[in-house]
Design a protein around this ligand. Structure first.
Ligand code: PLP
Length: 365
């Protein structure tokens, strides 16, 4: 089976983790600090604060903004549930703009229509490794006086006009096992503002500035040196890994070109795509379950990220803090999307196998 994602970390990572084990400092320590320095450098942020998951990164980022109950956050309906859960956990009310069909990120015009006097934060999601339309979204944010938190959980190193995602507003990254860079579980918040970075560091450590000096109610959001040790060797080879993913995506697009109704992902002008996922939209009327089963029988793994808009579940309906408006593009895209393997561990010939299986599955449907 060609898996849609796979975790293979290698001997340098084993050595790095062993060194931490032997050092005796296994909780947050110098390796976390080193990770923060190097990740900030990688994406071009002034400050990076490591936390224990991407979800925590989002919660902490919103908490650092000190919203009032009833303050609103506008986000994308086409995302992993963590984005929504984090907003609710931080005590805010959520509204949804619709997405653009070409980048799967928030559509600035649709965001503008959701702004109310209570809106404080715009929270775009950079899905699949491509930056959302930050030119348009930052214009709306500036016009409407909104703070910006970016869900960059899937987009480490993605750029727009050469600028890294996570540097426009407060950036939130995930280092979950299947992300392109991983600490097993982990997250990072990035910011250019020293005051915000300071609040985040205090929040992650029980609201303590110094021992028993509590300056706000906080939590334990800390990452450990053991986890950070996993990612340091990965940072070194990340540019080479991105080059392989980019080449894989280009080869898939070449091989899948011309299939009627099949929409292929593109790297939009001015955006540096990091190909966390290679996601196609199936032709209208194709039975997605059948398509995925067919791929599986041909030895090709695939994933559906995400099958419905995130608000479209019973637990989120009829909550006063979840305001749902129609998002027809997100509905249509979520009904047709399928992600194919594009990762750096694909073997020679795998891309041909994947493309042939897609053609065969569509012919059979
Ligand atoms: C878009 C998005 N947001 C948030 C998260 C949450 O990250 P984590 O799983 O590290 O908590 C993820 C990853 O799973 C994600 O894909």
């Amino acid at each position: 089976m060609i898996p849609v994602s796979t975790v293979r970390l290698g001997p340098e990572v084993e050595e790095s983790v062993l060194a931490v084990l032997r050092s005796g400092v296994v909780a947050q320590g110098p390796v976390v600090a080193e990770f923060e320095r190097r990740f900030a450098e990688l994406i071009g942020a002034e400050h990076a604060v490591a936390v224990n998951s991407g979800t925590t990164a989002l919660v902490a980022a919103i908490q650092a903004l000190e919203l009032e109950p009833g303050d609103e956050v506008i986000t994308s309906p086409f995302t992993f549930v963590a984005t929504l859960n984090a907003i609710l956990q931080a005590g805010a009310t959520v509204r949804f703009g619709d997405i653009r069909a070409d980048d799967f990120g928030l559509d600035p015009e649709s965001v503008r229509a959701q702004v109310t006097p209570r809106t404080k934060v715009l929270l775009p999601v950079h899905l699949y490794g491509q930056a959302a339309d930050m030119r348009g979204l930052m214009t709306v944010a500036q016009e409407q006086g909104l703070l910006v938190v970016e869900d960059a959980a899937q987009a480490h190193g993605a750029t727009i006009d050469g600028r890294g995602v996570g540097t426009f507003g407060i950036g939130c990254f995930s280092f979950y096992a299947t992300k392109s860079l991983t600490t097993g579980e982990g997250g990072v918040v990035t910011t250019r503002d020293a005051g915000t970075a300071d609040r985040l560091r205090v929040l992650r450590n029980q609201g303590m500035r110094a021992r028993y000096e509590y300056v706000m109610p906080g939590n334990n959001y800390r990452l450990t040196d053991l986890q950070a040790a996993l990612v340091l060797p990965q940072l070194e080879r990340y540019p080479a890994q991105l080059a392989v993913r980019r080449a894989n995506a280009a080869r898939l697009s070449e091989q899948l070109a011309g299939i009627p109704g099949l929409v292929l992902p593109t790297e939009l002008s001015g955006r540096g795509h990091v190909w966390h996922q290679y996601t196609v939209l199936l032709p209208d009327g194709v039975d997605r379950e059948g398509f995925v089963d067919h791929l599986g029988r041909a030895g090709v793994g695939s994933g559906i990220y995400y099958p419905r808009p995130v608000y479209d579940y019973d637990i989120y309906r009829n909550r006063p803090d979840v305001v749902i408006s129609p998002t027809p593009v997100a509905e249509a895209v979520s009904a047709r999307c399928v992600s194919l393997p594009v990762h750096q561990h694909l073997q020679p010939g795998d891309l041909d196998t994947i493309a042939a299986a897609v053609r065969c599955a569509l012919e059979a449907s």
